[in-house]
Ligand binder design. Sequence first.
Ligand code: AHG
Ligand code: MN
Ligand code: MN
Ligand code: MN
Length: 325
Amino acid sequence: MRRISPVLQQDGVDPDLISLLKTILAACREIAFRVSQGELAGVLGSTLSENVQGETQKKLDVIANELLKEVILETGVVKAISSEEEDDIVPGNPHGRYLVTFDPLDGSSNTDINSLIGTIFSILPADPHKDASDASQFLQPGSAQVAAGYVLYGPSTMLALTTGKGTRLYTLDKTYGGFLLTAEQATIPKYTAEFAINMSNQRFWEAPMKNYIADLLKGKEGIRGKNYNMRWIAAMVGDVHRVLCRGGIFAYPRDLKDPSKPDKLRLMYEANPMSFLVEQAGGASSTGYQRIMEIIPTDIHQRVAVILGSKHEVETCVNYHRNST
Ligand code: AHG
Ligand code: MN
Ligand code: MN
Ligand code: MN
């Protein structure tokens, strides 16, 4: 099985970017180790602080954030970072050619129940004309990403990575200590009969989503003509991983439960990197009204509706939205 560096070299990836990716992965290996130790490492439970999103931070949110922040800024090739757990961007080397934005720990509510969690990251090119402390340098569409990936801390620790040459899957070999290529090209089947959505929000969704899911639930007897199955891991990283492995549609649509926060997932460090991975695996990703990677961000912590996965299913869902406007 092949190690990660030769694969990236073969894909023609810039050596600075390869070393940055390897640094991120070294931090993720450390997180994986601590996660696997659980209560023994004293990493479970909550802190007393809140992040900028108003969420109580878990100990693991903070530990993962500190680890990633430190090693990424030390690489010298990064001009600034932005994280779910940092209110503002953190400047690095003014001459760095890359920006990194990340969700240090996705699936925080799963930490204390020994369930799936992960780290999501996105790498953007830095604009040499902007100041390292200028947050506006991050406000680039997802289509500008040069790399994106996640590390899933599951029964195996796995990496999904794209640099725009397809989506590759790697598995952490704990005896050797590095990630080995275990799927050269993840391919999301075009058709599916599996959906992932938090059904408890159903009454708060917009009409197109309500209608779309209602038709799925009618199964064989409805206009979709087949029975669907439902899955929900409550960590985007786990749900997207299933989609990359065997297809499906994952949605966190707009809901009006809390009208001050109609969308849940964050564009820069959740929706964009996952959309890049999904599109590079032959899937699609949309808000229902627009391709996610074409959104021009206005804020580093901006939230967005997400509908991604098997192409035909996403297109069908988008049609419900289109027909409603
Ligand atoms: P995070 O733990 O990084 O704040 O993200 C949690 C997100 C996402 O991973 C997941 O899909 C969603 O929250 C789960 O939401 P519900 O609590 O509605 O299931
Ligand atoms: Mn959070
Ligand atoms: Mn998250
Ligand atoms: Mn998080």
